[in-house]
Structures are given as C-alpha cells and as structure tokens.
Design a protein around this ligand. Structure first.
Ligand code: PMT
Length: 418
C-alpha cells in the first residue's frame, strides 16, 4: 500500500558487499510499493553478492556502479539523458534521502574519514540529504572500538543508524551484527520524512502570483512561481496537516494529498480563502497578491491610440490581514517580500497585519527568491526572530513547518494554563 510520507520521495539506496545485500532487494520492492522512487548505487563488493539486474528490475531504474562512468559524465555535461546518465553530483543532489543497507564496517569507516574512493562514498560525501545507515557485519567487527568510534562520529554528524539486530550470523556467530529487517528499515525511512509537527492541524495556504485583468488579453502580475508555497504545502502534509492550497496559475504539480484550488485574481483568491477558512487552524500567505487591480475591466481589447496611457488602480482587500482579524482566527503566518530593511519592514508587516509570524525574504537582488529553487528567510514573532539560512525551498519549508508546529504547541499550552 502507498504511504503518504514516502509518496514520490527520491531514495538513493547504497548497497555494500555483505550477505545481507540479498535483503536489500526486498527493501527496494517495499519502498517502491509505498510510492518512493528508488535508485540504487552498488559497491564493487555488493555486485559479488547480488546482480545489478535484480535491483534494476525492482527499482525500474538503471543501477549505478562506477565513479567514473563516461556515459554518465557525458549525460551530465550535455544536460541530456540525465536520467540514465547521472554522475555522482547529480545523484547526490537528486536524493531526498540516502539509505545505505547493508552498511559494512568498511563503508562506515570510509564515510567517517570523508573518503570518496568509489561512487557510493563520493555520493555520500557530496550530498546534503539526510542519511540513514543499516549496518551489517560480523559481531566482532561491530564491537571493535574502531567501528564503535566511527558510529559515534557519524551519529554526531546527524547520520541515523538503524540496528544492527542480534541473532545468528552467516559466519555462525551469534550476537549483534545482523541487518535489521527490510520492513523495519522502511518504517525508519518513513519516520525520517514524517515529522508529525502539524498532526491534527488544518492548513489553508495561498501561493503564486495573482493576475489582475485589464482586458481579455492583458493582466498585471508579478514574478512569483509558487515554488515556496508548494514546498510548504508538501512539508505541511508530511508533518500530518490537512492542506488546502489556493494558488494562482503555477506550472507546478500538486503535492500528493493536497487539495488545490486554482484562482486568477486577488478577488478570486480572497473568495476561495473565505470559503474554506472557517475550519482552518492555520493560515499561511505565501502568495504574491497584487495590492492593486485595474479600476475598470475593459470588455474589449484596449486599442493603441495616444502616446501615453494611465491606468487607474484600486486597492485589493488584504487577505492575510483579514484572516488574522477574524474572530477565532487561525494561527496566521505571512511572508514579507522586501527589497531593503528586512527587519524593520518584516516586523512592521507582522504588527500591521496582526499575524503571529512573518517570514521575511529579500527580493530584487541576485539571490531573489522569485522563481528560484532556494530562499533565505528571517522569521519574526512577538519577542523573537530566527534566521533560516539560504537553502533549498524544500528545506526552508520543512524548517518553517517545524517552527510553526513548535509555536502552535506552545500557544496551546499557554492557553491551557490560563
Ligand atoms: O513563488 P516563488 O517564486 O517561490 O517566490 C516566493 C515568494 C518570494 C513569492 C515568497 O517567498 C514571498 O515573499 N511571498 C509574499 C509576497 C508578497 O506579496 O509579499 P508582501 O510583502 O507584498 O505581502 C505581505 C503578506 O501579505 C504576504 O503574506 C501576502 O501573501 C499577503 N497579502 C498581500 C496583499 C494582499 N492583498 N493580500 C495578502 O494576503
């Protein structure tokens, strides 16, 4: 059965050389069944235990084995065929999570030392994705202080270690060293994505640009792509929230398990929000809503005549401010797109719109978040601020959702005390 938290997740499975490698085939099958996209990297030793073809058939993707692969490098260099011809950097960037199962003593040692002497070690070193290792080795190798020191260092660096389990080993010894069962590893992978920070919450989020029509063919709009809002919608679903995403015309796929409502103008966005806000416990405004719209919509295409032309604009209603001002308003988070004075303007918007948190981002310069895959935001709330350093929008979204979850819980606890 598919799993909401694993749906469309890109999991890179590293398989090392150990007898437990045969269980990794089942691992791929389970991950794919739960909706994940899996790519497999095998070390040279792993190929002695299980054939490439097994993983290729189960993952429905080519298996990666070589650090220097002329075909892969060609694919990367030309930008063509990057699906089959992924080099180590592409694989490192592609992965949402890297799982190494079985992880041998040798691999643990090489990654601790920061080596990049085969494809798997190089991908691990080059990737910022979360890492989960399922060690498997002889019990003496596992208990050796060298291995234990490596495990401590890897854990300190944020690598999650699952297992090993205890039991009879292939070499006849009985003790710690068996790879944990595939279904347990899958649960750990799923838990890595599912934060539970918004369990039981119902979120309404706006995203993308609005279009304010002038005539049947023209409109006033802005550069928002919707990427920030869609990433937050995904992160909120992963955190357990029920999500309604009200978006302008964005060329983006709807995240799974998200209800998407498509609108065009600020007025339509306002109406769509009003329809669903009653039952929401959270509201996040990432949309770049037009502050003004043309005062008059012309039924027919405006003709070119005079050398200059003036368009009268009237103010749109402020969706965020109106939501925050409602009786029993949801916990409200706004974004502030600023070209200067981030702190003053961001905090000013938080107060004037009466929202709980403002996430302020600098726009206009070289690093403008409009349309980009990255962002950097500073969060302002009553009595505090926090910088979410430049990172992918996926990562910023996850951090933001975690933070909102924390603040919502704190607020509930304070209310309960009263
Ligand atoms: O979509 P991307 O390409 O990923 O880019 C992301 C982003 C830059 C658009 C996003 O990070 C961002 O900053 N969104 C807010 C853009 C904006 O309109 O900022 P603002 O400072 O003008 O508005 C402040 C807040 O009021 C926003 O939450 C906005 O949604 C809301 N607002 C504004 C006007 C209005 N009439 N109604 C509103 O709800």
């Amino acid at each position: 059965m598919s799993d909401i938290t694993l749906q469309n997740r890109r999991i890179l499975l590293g398989v090392c050389g150990g007898i437990a490698a045969y269980k990794s085939a089942e691992l791929v099958r389970l991950l794919v069944k739960k909706g994940a996209e899996v790519r497999v990297v095998m070390t040279a030793a792993a190929q002695q235990f299980v054939g490439e073809l097994t993983f290729q058939a189960l993952s429905a993707n080519p298996v990666h084995t070589k650090l220097i692969d002329l075909e892969s490098e060609l694919g990367v260099a030309t930008g063509e065929d990057t699906v089959t011809g992924m080099g180590h950097i592409e694989l490192a960037r592609w992965a949402d999570l890297i799982l190494v199962a079985p992880a041998t003593a040798d691999l643990l040692s090489r990654h601790t030392a920061g080596r990049a002497d085969d494809l798997l070690a190089a991908v691990l070193l080059a990737s910022r994705a979360p890492k989960l290792f399922a060690p498997a080795m002889n019990m003496e190798m596992w208990s050796n202080s060298a291995t234990q020191q490596n495990i401590s260092k890897l854990t300190e660096r944020g690598v999650r270690i699952v297992g090993p389990a205890s039991g009879e080993q292939a070499c006849g010894d009985v003790g710690l060293g068996r790879m944990v069962e595939p279904d347990q590893i899958v649960e750990e992978v799923s838990a890595k994505f599912s934060t539970g920070a918004l369990q039981g919450e119902s979120l309404v989020i706006t995203a993308g640009a609005t279009r304010e029509p002038l005539d049947p063919v023209r409109f006033i709009s802005n550069r928002s792509s919707g990427k920030m809002g869609f990433a937050i919608a995904q992160a909120a679903v992963d955190a357990g929230a029920k999500v309604t995403l009200i978006a302008g015309d964005c060329a983006l796929d709807t995240p799974d398990f998200v209800k998407r409502v498509v609108v065009e103008s600020a007025e339509q966005m306002m109406s769509a929000v009003e329809e669903v806000i009653e039952n929401a416990t959270l509201f996040i405004g990432t949309a770049a809503v037009a502050d003004y719209r043309p005062a008059k919509y012309k039924q027919h295409k405006i003709k070119k005549s005079a050398d200059t032309m003036t368009i009268e604009l009237v103010k749109n209603r402020d969706i965020l401010a109106e939501v925050a001002a409602r009786k029993n308003s949801p916990y409200s988070v706004g974004f502030a797109a600023e070209t200067e004075n981030l702190a003053t303007n961001g905090e000013g918007k938080r107060r004037s719109k009466g929202v709980d948190i403002v996430a302020a981002n600098l726009v206009g310069g070289e690093d403008s978040p409009f349309g980009s895959d990255e962002n950097e935001v500073t969060l302002y709330w009553d009595g505090g601020e926090k910088l979410l350093k430049r990172s992918s929008k996926t990562d910023i979204a996850r951090q933001l959702i975690e933070f909102i979850g924390l603040r919502v819980r704190e607020q509930k606890e304070e209310l309960e005390k009263k």
